[in-house]
Design a protein around this ligand. Structure first.
Ligand code: HEC
Length: 149
């Protein structure tokens, strides 16, 4: 849906970014399908099959245990406020939020290969709007140039 999109009418939002990229590498339809398979298998139980989050009605409200569930990854969430480097770290190393206030985001560094982690993040990016993708890419590039001087 993202790359195979030959319908030029849909490409005209020039402020947005229809391409899926991570740290400058572009991801294509077949890779996104692979990412979707991993997402369905490893992430959907908590983050929702369509990225709607664990408690889609009130994703940022604590439940009866006082904890906030897995956040949405779709356009209603804020995953797109994180740079590529941080997203990769989150999935590889797991969450670093206070376990009294949040459910735990498990680390996937021993379960998925580095490549599989990139594919799954690439798939998550398909859930964002073009504008969110453009903004997240800018954030990632700003962060990169800060560290490379
Ligand atoms: C057992 C439930 C669970 C599973 C399975 C899980 N997550 Fe999470 N995830 C969470 C929770 C809870 C948080 C928020 C807690 C935190 O920030 O420490 C979170 C946070 C995140 C975040 C950062 C927060 C944000 O706003 O985006 C990313 C990225 C993420 N998960 C990606 C994934 C991916 C990719 C997978 C599958 C490979 C996955 N998660 C599987 C529970 C889960």
């Amino acid at each position: 849906m993202v790359d195979g999109r030959s319908n030029s009418a849909q490409m005209q939002h020039s402020s947005g970014d229809a391409q899926i990229q991570i740290l400058g590498r572009r991801f294509y339809e077949i890779e996104l399908t692979q990412g979707q398979a991993s997402y369905t298998q490893y992430c959907a139980a908590c983050h929702g099959i369509d990225g709607q989050g664990q408690f889609p009605e009130a994703p940022l409200e604590p439940d009866a245990t006082g904890r906030i569930g897995a956040p949405p990854h779709n356009e209603t969430g804020h995953s797109w406020h994180h740079s590529d480097v941080l997203l990769i770290r989150y999935v590889t190393e797991g969450g670093f939020s206070d376990p009294a206030r949040f459910y735990i985001m498990p680390p996937f560094g021993d379960i998925l290969t580095d490549e599989q982690i990139l594919l799954v993040i690439a798939y998550i990016k398909t859930m964002w709007t073009d504008e969110q993708r453009a903004s997240q890419r800018q954030l990632t590039e700003d962060e990169q140039s800060m560290f490379s001087g």
